[in-house]
Design a protein around this ligand. Sequence first.
Ligand code: ADP
Ligand code: MG
Length: 292
Amino acid sequence: MDIQLKNINYKYNEGTPLEYQALHDITYNFPKGSFTAIVGHTGSGKSTLTKLLNGLLIPSSGNLRMGNRTITPHTSERDLKLLRKKIGTVMQFPEMQLFGQTVAEDIVFGPMNYGSSYNDALEIAAEKLNTVGLDSSYLEQSPFDLSGGQQRRVAIAGVLALEPEVLILDEPTIGLDPHGQQTILTLFKEMNQTLDTTIILITHQMEDVVKYADNVLVLNEGKILTQGTPQEVFEQDHLLQKAGLDVPVIVSLAREMEAKYNFKFTSLPLSIEALTEQMAHYLLEVADEQNN
Ligand SMILES: Nc1ncnc2c1ncn2[C@@H]1O[C@H](COP(=O)(O)OP(=O)(O)O)[C@@H](O)[C@H]1O
Ligand SMILES: [Mg+2]
């Protein structure tokens, strides 16, 4: 489903002395099937934005078009409920919300809540467990006997069990070891490519942005600082650094080579592969010149 945000403002505690405007005039599109990374400082409004996308909050002004529905400051709770089934959210540390005596109990909860029979829900549970890399022998285990990484996968399987069209991931790999992080992000990328699931990933890992995202939305103090493809956004590394944000290590390295050694890149490399390719090309040219 296509998501279009138009002039969204969001104020917490509106009309009280504690009023605080967390989002200012956000206009942005998440095309169907896109993989968008949202980056920004703590407090920049990332989580608030995701709560507007999954119907936990409604805008103070402006509107969101999600598929064929429009959410305005006046949208009712009942309309939001219909939408929530289509939007899956993996919160930060989702394993903290596991509650079942068994893994099965945890995963069948969502589908049954939306009207599936127990047997159908159990079938879905086994399938989604498989998707996250755990076999069905885990169904009967207590989630609390599993490792942290396995618990995280069970929690994710619970979100996938609703077969959402849009997946919102709020730092889904925080606290996992590097291998576990890449396994989970690869899983989401595969869903994006094979099922056309729209993915919205909040992350502080700029390397992951380069590796997985098609688009990047940069928030700063509740406003859009910049947006575009990873290439377009990281070429504005000065702007990002001024806002106190990281850039991929390779970008810093490339900038250093430009500044200190006058190295000319045809396009700013974002990955080790892109950097080595351009350097190899350059070195071969130099060797060629010396031979002639
Ligand atoms: N429930 C709330 N009540 C009041 N202010 C809030 C609430 N939740 C978040 N905020 C404020 O809104 C701003 C954006 O927060 P948040 O969306 O959580 O940012 P991020 O996810 O980028 O760290 C912050 O200044 C935060 O303090
Ligand atoms: Mg947050």
